[in-house]
Ligand binder design. Structure first.
Ligand SMILES: NC(=O)c1ccc[n+]([C@@H]2O[C@H](COP(=O)([O-])OP(=O)(O)OC[C@H]3O[C@@H](n4cnc5c(N)ncnc54)[C@H](OP(=O)(O)O)[C@@H]3O)[C@@H](O)[C@H]2O)c1
Length: 220
């Protein structure tokens, strides 16, 4: 059994990761801003009031974890608002940076003392943050904030290597959730299962790399 923290566990992919981990018998600490009935129904330990944009939320998270070491932390929290060239809204772009890029870094840095040797930190990013994959343009706020997250993850992988902590950047696929207006190629169960498979299979040799839940290695 492992002890796993999911940040952004109340709905979507985070909720499904929580469900699958609990079902396989792991001890799951489910952090979110406000729990949903679906999360509460899982009977896992819920840590609420965790907004990744706020130091206070992350302090609350650390207090709830206490002295317990983690085998895995997954930061799933993210937001998507479309911002295109003919309608650049810098406040909306900044808001996406706060959640998608700075939020996971704030959480990761705070968790460092709780990440035991041999543990893993998985950051749920997006293929839309890949420079190599960007042939369709647009989506400035989301793409730029996820590209920044990828860079943060890469630096974390270097800085945490000495602690024997593996850092993975994972794309969950195009998934039917609220974020996509329930459009997509796969459902949350397939996405979460694929993500957990990748997390299980990848280790320190692959730290700092970027993967699709399907098993394809992605370019930054
Ligand atoms: N769905 C896709 O096709 C797709 C593709 C590529 C990448 N992703 C990434 O996968 C992750 C999960 O997406 P999803 O599809 O499951 O989206 P979702 O259903 O919209 O869920 C987003 C989650 O992020 C949480 N969140 C948002 N802002 C937060 C904040 N400030 N502090 C803490 N939590 C916050 C939400 O909590 P609240 O309920 O409190 O807002 C919710 O739990 C995101 O990082 C997303 O960018 C998704």
């Amino acid at each position: 059994m492992s002890r796993v923290l999911i940040v952004g566990s109340n709905r979507g992919i985070g909720l499904e990761l929580t469900r699958q981990l609990a079902a396989r018998g792991d001890e799951v600490l489910a952090a979110c801003r406000k729990p949903s009935p679906e999360l509460l129904a899982l009977g896992v330990e819920v840590i609420e009031g965790v907004d990744v944009r706020e130091d206070a939320g992350v302090t609350r998270l650390l207090e709830a974890i206490g002295e317990r070491d983690l085998d895995l932390a997954v930061v799933v929290a993210g937001v998507l608002t479309r911002v295109d060239l003919d309608d650049l809204d810098f406040d909306v772009m900044r808001a996406q940076f706060e959640v998608n890029a700075l939020g996971p870094l704030r959480v990761a840095a705070a968790l460092r003392p709780r990440l035991s040797r041999g543990s893993k930190l998985a950051l749920i990013t997006s293929r839309m943050g890949s420079l190599a994959d960007n042939t369709s343009g647009g989506h400035y706020g989301y793409r730029m904030s996820k590209a920044a997250l990828n860079m943060a993850g890469r630096s974390l992988s270097v800085d945490l290597r000495a602690d024997d902590v593996t850092v993975l950047l994972l794309h969950p696929g195009f998934v039917r959730t609220e974020m996509t207006g329930h459009q997509g190629l796969i459902d949350v169960s397939e996405s979460a299962a694929g993500l957990l498979e990748r997390i299980h299979a990848l280790g320190l040799e692959e730290t700092g790399s970027f993967w699709h839940e399907s098993g394809e290695r992605l370019e930054f």
